[in-house]
Design a protein around this ligand. Sequence first.
Ligand SMILES: C[S@@+](CC[C@H](N)C(=O)[O-])C[C@H]1O[C@@H](n2cnc3c(N)ncnc32)[C@H](O)[C@@H]1O
Length: 295
Amino acid sequence: MTSSSPGLPLLWTERRTPPRQQLLKWIGNKQRFAAGIVSVFPDDFGTYIEPFIGSGAVLATLAPQRAIAGDVLAPLVALWRTLQTEPAQLIAWYEAGWPRLQAGDKKAAYNEIRAQFNAAPNPGDLVVLARACYGGVIRFDQKGAMNTPCGAHKPISPASFAERVPEWRERVAGTRFVHADFETLLDGAQAGDLVYCDPPYTDCESTLYGAQGFSLARLMAAIARCKDRGVRVALSIDGSKQSGGRICDVAIPEDLFDTAASVDVGRSMLRRFQMQGRTLEDEVVTDRLLLTWRS
Ligand SMILES: C[S@@+](CC[C@H](N)C(=O)[O-])C[C@H]1O[C@@H](n2cnc3c(N)ncnc32)[C@H](O)[C@@H]1O
């Protein structure tokens, strides 16, 4: 176990076109970086596999013909499936929740929707919460209850949400969404497939997204198995969380990655959240990608 990207050639990337606007607000989303990330992908892959789908920024930018996308958050997967099969229902859910946040006490209404979601997690409440919660932070307590406070912003109007739906639906038309731990998707990948991983990074962020069961060591091992089978894997790492050959406290196996790419710049919402609302306008982060192939 030794170094990762520091000794590797650095590949600069160019932009392609992501969807016009985000469907969901999602902490750690790759909307700003998606075009750059996609630009380093090979053209000749079998199935595209994204095991940490979140708000799907990279999937939607690539808009692959054949894909499998997964997430451990069941109501999120149900939300994606609803987009595909019943887009009018997805819009109706947002239309039903939004007025509750406009009239009277917004925070109280938000807390009611959150309590409803925690009593019975479901995609209809999740789409409203994701658009209205603080900074798109999808955070859970130890008991698995979502505990993010209401955001100060005005959630987008139902008309604006409805406008985004057709474009997103079209872009994910070739994707099968599955509720699964990442390892299931990685172990199911076959030679020639392309996997893109955007994990919750660290054990210190374990309450985010309900990622309590996530382990970087387990991810590294699954990526190594993919590489052995002839599956190409791209892994996003937040530059600020990488130090030497380690991501937080997990060593990156020697020879696992052959290329490091530096992708675009943007501001880190997560940091902003941790700084209790203090804006960090001067702080820019570069997203970095590690690739198991030479590019
Ligand atoms: C950094 S976010 C992905 C963001 C995504 N790239 C986007 O653009 O929105 C990580 C995602 O991994 C999911 N996740 C956490 N632990 C997981 C696990 N063990 N298996 C699969 N997904 C997991 C979380 O629910 C979250 O949606």
